[in-house]
Design a binder for this molecule. Structure first.
Ligand SMILES: [Zn+2]
Length: 487
């Protein structure tokens, strides 16, 4: 508690630090765990796991009935639009004092969730917030501020603990961005532009649609790359473009340490990739430790959004854990019905440390950022109101942490299947995801621990945007030896 006699508001940081240990009242979430909110959330995350939405398939799963997506935890206790927190809420009181001291902006930086049991339809989730710690004043790239760490204790209608969460935010004085003109303060270095011609423009245009295209001679049918005006084999001028499957092996490579021009960073890898179709393509090799690069390594294509005008095909090590949850369409939203039969689940013997998950690319449109904020019941203005976001020191609206959390969980769920049980999720936020970015998620199995019933697996996840890592973290899940093996 704040003792106003010994801790006057004017004492600055000490008035904020005095909040440490404050425990708030236990507050009931506004809605029971219900199918409508689950469906909205799954659509926003692109989550296709039928144990969340399909009663029949969920009945046949290890959960024996529908469960709420574990990463949806905090959504159940979000107050909703225009609802003020209770006056005894220690976090709201902290923010009031911090605002008065000029720390008017806020950004979430960390979230760690542990799920003790799955939530089921009809559960009533309650939350108790405890202020775990308040840091000393720190200088950050966003401005000067303090880190507030809050422990959320989640209980059910019987008062039993169902989950807990540590949530850290930076409460800061907005820096120079708020008063700056609409243009960025310093123009970032851009990738060199390709030298576009009538013959090669298709390659870069199609890359924007995430298609890797190869020229094919209409005279003799041979494939060729790089694009040229005429066929070197038969001399024909006619050509068409076919889409490559995007798989290949590394034919040759170089690691560039010098000279390095921005925006390149020392140690980047440029490879000659031999595609399964037979032609060779020069491209950057990403998501690989340069020491692990080797000729012959299996690769698959990805698409790097360098800036608003340039998307380049890149290659990364091929995934050993394919997408199980949906065969073709990995899009966000529901293009139609969910899966028509229960997708397989990875068996413990099918998981090895180091195994890579199939990458996931999520375009950060303005609509997506707003829609996902709504689906997570997060009505903070920085996630939907451009003007207010700028006043609070941000360039633009940005993706909220509840969606980053949901996308991390969905990315892992896609690879392991419906009977994998999510136990823990811990993420750290870095580069902000603004409209126009593409969030590319990659991951690999970090550890595997045998258990009595199967194994626990820890997956390292990294979701990056062109300006850096947006989210990094670890997800822990349990796999049962007896449950729905991969066919
Ligand atoms: Zn030809």
């Amino acid at each position: 508690m704040i003792d106003t006699k010994t801790q006057p508001a004017s004492s600055g940081i000490s008035a904020l630090k005095a909040f440490t240990g404050q425990r708030g009242p236990t507050i009931a979430g506004p809605d029971l765990v219900n199918p409508a909110m689950i469906r909205h959330w799954c659509a926003a995350m692109g989550e296709r796991n039928p144990v969340y939405t399909d009663a029949q398939m969920a009945q046949g799963s290890v959960f024996a009935g529908i469960i709420a997506p574990p990463a949806m935890l905090q959504v159940w206790v979000m107050p909703g639009y225009g609802v003020a927190p209770p006056s005894e809420d220690p976090v709201a009181k902290f923010h009031a004092v911090a605002n008065a001291q000029g720390y008017t902006s806020i950004v979430a930086t960390n979230c760690e969730q542990e799920y003790l049991r799955p939530l089921r339809l009809g559960d009533k989730v309650h939350v108790t917030k405890v202020i775990e710690s308040v840091s000393d004043e720190k200088k950050t790239a966003l401005g000067t501020g303090v880190f507030l760490t809050t422990r959320f204790e989640f209980t059910d209608q019987h008062g039993q603990m169902v989950a807990h969460m540590l949530h850290r935010v930076l409460k800061f004085r907005p820096g120079a961005v708020a008063s700056a003109p609409a243009a960025p303060l310093a123009a970032p270095a851009l990738r060199p532009r390709p030298n576009l011609t009538m013959d090669n423009a298709f390659y870069f245009e199609e890359a924007k649609q995430h298609r890797l295209m190869i020229q094919r001679c209409t005279g003799c049918g041979r494939l060729r790359h790089p694009p040229t005006a005429a066929c070197a084999h038969c001399g024909a001028l006619g050509w068409e473009a076919i889409e490559s499957a995007g798989r290949g092996t590394l034919f040759s490579y170089t690691i560039v340490n010098a000279p390095v021009v921005p925006p390149f960073k020392p140690g980047y890898v440029v490879g000659v990739v031999e595609l399964e179709e037979g032609v060779r393509v020069v491209a950057e090799i990403v998501d690989v430790d340069s020491a692990a690069v080797h000729i012959g390594m299996p690769l698959e294509v990805g698409f790097l959004h360098c800036d608003a005008d340039l998307v380049l095909p890149v290659f990364r090590p091929r995934a050993e854990l394919p997408v199980l949850m949906q065969v073709s369409e990995r899009a966000i939203g529901y293009p139609g019905a969910g899966p028509t039969r229960m997708p397989p689940t990875v068996r413990p013997d099918q998981v090895q440390p180091g195994a890579r998950l199939a990458p996931l690319e999520v375009p950060m449109t303005r609509s997506y950022i707003v829609a996902s904020a709504m689906a997570t019941r997060d009505y903070q203005d920085v996630h939907h109101d451009h003007e207010l976001a700028r006043q609070r020191g941000s360039e633009d609206i940005f993706l909220n942490i509840l969606t980053s959390t949901g996308l991390v969980a969905r990315f892992v769920s896609d690879a392991f299947g419906p009977n994998a049980q999510l136990r823990k999720l811990a993420i750290r936020l870095g580069a902000t995801a603004y409209p126009g970015a593409t969030l590319t998620m990659v991951g690999n199995v970090l550890r595997k621990t045998e258990t009595e019933s199967g194994c626990d697996v820890v997956v390292a996840v990294r979701g990056s945007v062109s300006r850096g890592d947006h989210v990094t973290g670890e997800v822990t899940l349990s796999l049962l030896a007896s449950a729905g093996g991969q066919s």
